[in-house]
Design a protein around this ligand. Structure first.
Ligand code: HEC
Length: 149
């Protein structure tokens, strides 16, 4: 009898331990290997380089991604050298030019239409992701400060 009761208590304790440990939400279950980290970095830097080309108005890259960012020949980098004043760390935020609350991608498209006089691009396109990667990489030391100006 006594043994049976200890058995139940032990089983209960084990179950409780399992519930506690398994319910801890961990984003990463295991550590990435140095090889994996290098592969992630390579994928990111590849996008940064494409974004850099688009940002500087490289003809071949613009053609490849079928985007027309400017009718006047203005490249982003002419007004935003080294992605200056793009403020990726402030988004999402209220932007008077957008007439409300918007994202970095909204503002990239606003600038394409209004400053560079080009055609807005699909916010989920490969070109937009690459531009975003370049803008973020250029501002990588900045502290996140969403909502600020
Ligand atoms: C002719 C100059 C000019 C060109 C070309 C230009 N921009 Fe801008 N950009 C501006 C100005 C001026 C603002 C500020 C607009 C405002 O705050 O209302 C701005 C704002 C931005 C912002 C938002 C900054 C913030 O804090 O809200 C982003 C992002 C941006 N530009 C990205 C781009 C990208 C990407 C391109 C190329 C496709 C580009 N710009 C081309 C002049 C330019």
């Amino acid at each position: 009898m006594k043994f049976a009761r200890y058995g139940v208590i032990a089983a209960g304790a084990l179950l409780a331990l399992f519930v506690i440990t398994s319910s801890r939400a961990l984003a990463h279950k295991g550590k990435h290997t140095p090889e994996q980290l290098k592969a992630f970095e390579d994928v990111f830097m590849e996008q940064v380089k494409i974004g850099d080309q688009i940002f500087h108005g490289d003809d071949a890259t613009l053609k490849k991604f079928k985007v027309n960012l400017s009718r006047t020949g203005m490249a982003c980098a002419m007004c935003h050298p080294f992605a200056a004043d793009t403020h990726p760390y402030q988004f999402p935020k209220f932007q008077g030019s957008l007439g409300g609350f918007g994202t970095l991608r909204d503002m990239v498209n606003w600038c394409i239409e209004n400053s560079a006089e080009g055609e807005r691009i699909d916010p989920n396109s490969d070109a937009m992701k690459a531009v975003e990667a370049y803008i973020h990489w250029s501002n990588r030391a900045a502290k996140l400060d969403p909502g600020r100006h």
